[in-house]
Design a protein around this ligand. Structure first.
Ligand SMILES: [Mg+2]
Length: 153
């Protein structure tokens, strides 16, 4: 564990060796409790450790964003409400979601859009997720990847 300005940095391998300025998160199972098929009711609740880690990242000038696959069976109003809540909960600068094959992860589209919107390059970006499709999306976008269980662990 490294310290910097008196703060603990459990994520130091990523941020001092890679220099990421942007961390993009998956939503379900990464920031918020996993919901089977992503169609169950959502709770206004972050997983343990998420709020603290996100606050620490923002404190050090790291931009946060969310890229979320969504089910087309979910009402659009509910998707939007969920994502607005999540954006506020972690202080994300940018959110993208999709129900469309070819744009949903494992496609890199949402990650690429977020990097473009925030003016950040792939070498400055880390993607954090809990599914193989997240890892594949990060690889296709040319950004580094971390499993949520390790990132927040
Ligand atoms: Mg997930």
């Amino acid at each position: 564990m490294m310290t910097h300005q008196g703060l603990k940095f459990p994520f130091s391998p990523f941020f001092f060796e890679g220099g990421e300025m942007l961390v993009v998160f998956d939503l379900d199972g990464t920031l918020t409790p996993y919901r089977q098929g992503s169609t169950g009711p959502w709770e206004a609740k972050l997983l343990p450790g998420v709020a603290e880690k996100c606050e620490e990242l923002r404190h050090h000038g790291v931009m946060l964003a969310i890229a979320s696959n969504q089910s087309s069976r979910r009402p659009r109003s509910e998707i939007v409400a969920h994502l607005i809540w999540a954006r506020r909960a972690i202080g994300a600068r940018c959110v993208r979601w999709s129900t469309t094959p070819g744009r949903r992860k494992p496609a890199p589209a949402m990650i690429l859009e977020i990097m473009q919107a925030l003016g950040v390059s792939p070498s400055e970006t880390l993607f954090v997720g809990d599914q193989e499709s997240d890892r594949q999306a990060a690889e296709s976008a040319g950004v580094r990847f971390a499993w949520a269980s390790e990132f927040f662990g």
